[in-house]
Each structure stands twice: as structure tokens, then as C-alpha cells.
Ligand binder design. Structure first.
Ligand code: SF4
Length: 302
């Protein structure tokens, strides 16, 4: 059974006087109930734009997104809370209102689903925080604690799909795997799907049932986590597995690859990865390997 289905999704960004940027350029992906899918790739590859489109925050240019069989369309904040999709953002300092007590912010979600039986403090307990934190303000907490509060707030609306958009990249190392595992446990125990977006494959490996690897707006490899980890088949996936996290926590450096991710406003022809690929062949410059689960001419189309 499929909860979320993304089919050949294209999302373009347009601004006056500038070239059109195809941030997502034909990506397909599914998430089932109780399934954890990790979406990985370098900064600027289109992961966050894909997440925003799933939440109805960015309009779809081509392709489709369906959630529970219904098409996802751009929505205002109030209606978005009712869709069953909740997002946990990267920056736990910006995502909470500094002037409101955290219990009041969690109560907003409970009201959305008319849940009068659950108290905000109950949800704080579920994310491993003391009940009395409900009466405090965000500035009284560490980054890891704030991200737990953001997760509690997301859970209050009883989502059937939880999306984490780099939810651990602003946290210190000790909090990263704790928060990632917490999101997994809470999603799975409630039967919700989790789309967990990260540049860090090593953390995704800990929690995801399947991994999808994104490069320049496309999913280039998707498969069971253990299989991808043991036998990465796309040259980009292999490079990511050997990648070194940047000290600023904002991305990864696939050390063996030349150059950066190309400008999505002017992507290379043929295989989008060919200028950086150590295994590039003549046909890669001409023909786009537009198929899955491994988008590479070195692998069979299935
Ligand atoms: Fe490399 Fe060619 Fe495969 Fe692209 S299609 S990843 S350039 S070998």
C-alpha cells in the first residue's frame, strides 16, 4: 500500500530577469504507511524543494504527487494542517515562535484535530522531555530540545506522513542520532510514513527502510537501505558513501568527485552526473538514463 506517491515530479523556480531553475527535474518516489524513506544528496540537489512540494508549499510544474490517493495541491497554512502531512524543519531556532510558550504551540496542533484528550505535556513526554517544559519559552532550550519540541508539535496534528527536512543538521553530533531515531520510532509506532531528508547517509542508514539518492533534481538510485549500503550501484551513490561531512554541518563533500553540483538552471545534457562521473562513457554525454531504480547506463533498466 502506498501513502505518498511522487510521479515524474518537476518543480521550477521562476524569478524576473533570471533563468528558470528546475529544482526538481522528473523525480519519482513512494512512501508507505509505517515506512521510513531516507532522501539523501548534496546541498542544492532539490531535496528540500521536493519536500516543500509534497507539503503543498511549492507549486508543481509537471508530474504529480498523491497522498492517500488524493492529489496534493498548494494550500494555505490552516488547510495544510488538516492534510495529514507535517514537516519538521532544519532550524529548530527559527521554526518555533519565540514569544509563545511551547505548550501553547503544541496545543495549536491538538486543536486542529479536535483532540481534547491529549495534553501538550503528554506529547513532550513522548519526545523524551519533562512535562513541566510546556510552560517555558523556546529560548530556554538547547537545539536538540527545541527539535524535540518541534517534533511534538508536528505529532499533535496526528500526521500520517511526517517529513523531516534536514531535521538534524543544525544539532550537535550527540543529538543527531537521538533525534533521528526518535522520529523513526514515533512514526513507525503510529503507523505514519516518514520521509527523512538528510545530506548524511550514515544517519539515514540507521533509521531508513529504503534510501533514495538525489542528484541535480533527479532520483538516481533507490533501494533497500541494507542493499544500497552494501552494494551501491550508481557512481554518485558510491561517492556519497565515502563523503566527508562539511565542518559547518550543511552538506557533504564527495571527496573523490571533481567540481560541485552543476547549476540547476543550466544542467549538463545526457546524464546529469557525467561531468563528475569517474566512469563516464561517450553515450553518457548524449543520452539521459531516465529510468530506475539505478539511473545509469552501466545498469540494466528494470
Ligand atoms: Fe556515470 Fe554514465 Fe552512469 Fe551517468 S550514465 S552515472 S555518466 S556511467
Amino acid at each position: 500500500m502506498t501513502l505518498l506517491s511522487i510521479d515524474d515530479l518537476v518543480v521550477e523556480h521562476r524569478s524576473p530577469g533570471r533563468p528558470v531553475v528546475r529544482a526538481v527535474a522528473g523525480a519519482s518516489l513512494t512512501v508507505g504507511p509505517g515506512e521510513v524513506v531516507g532522501l539523501v544528496g548534496e546541498s542544492g540537489c532539490g531535496k528540500s524543494t521536493l519536500a516543500r512540494a509534497v507539503c503543498g508549499l511549492d507549486p508543481i510544474t509537471e508530474g504529480s504527487i498523491t497522498f492517500d490517493g488524493e492529489p496534493v495541491t498548494p494550500l494555505g497554512l490552516r488547510r495544510r494542517r488538516l492534510t495529514g502531512i507535517q514537516m519538521v524543519f532544519q532550524d529548530p531556532y527559527a521554526s518555533l515562535n519565540p514569544r509563545r510558550r511551547v505548550g501553547d504551540q503544541i496545543a495549536d496542533g491538538l486543536r486542529t484535530v479536535r483532540d481534547t484528550a491529549t495534553a501538550p505535556a503528554d506529547l513532550l513526554e513522548r519526545v523524551g522531555l519533562p512535562r513541566e517544559f510546556a510552560g517555558r519559552h523556546p529560548h530556554e532550550f538547547s537545539g536538540g530540545q527545541r527539535q524535540r519540541i518541534a517534533i511534538a508539535r508536528a505529532l499533535a496534528a496526528r500526521p500520517r506522513l511526517l517529513i523531516g527536512d534536514e531535521p538534524i543538521s543544525a544539532l550537535d553530533a550527540s543529538a543527531q542520532s537521538q533525534v533521528a531515531r526518535l522520529m523513526r520510532d514515533l512514526a513507525v509506532e503510529s503507523g505514519a510514513g516518514l520521509l527523512f531528508i538528510s545530506h548524511d547517509l550514515s544517519v539515514v542508514r540507521l533509521i531508513a527502510d529504503r534510501i533514495a539518492v538525489m542528484y541535480l533534481g533527479r532520483i538516481v538510485e533507490v533501494g533497500d537501505t541494507a542493499e544500497v549500503w552494501a552494494d551501491p550501484r550508481h557512481p554518485y551513490t558510491r561517492a556519497l558513501l565515502r563523503a566527508v561531512p562539511k565542518p559547518d554541518g550543511l552538506g557533504v563533500l564527495p571527496a573523490e568527485l571533481p567540481g560541485d553540483v552543476p547549476d540547476p538552471a543550466n544542467p549538463p545534457g545526457g546524464c546529469r552526473f557525467h561531468p563528475r562521473c569517474p566512469l563516464v562513457m561517450d553515450m553518457c554525454r548524449e543520452k539521459d538514463p531516465d529510468f530506475g531504480p539505478v539511473a545509469c547506463w552501466l545498469h540494466d533498466q528494470r
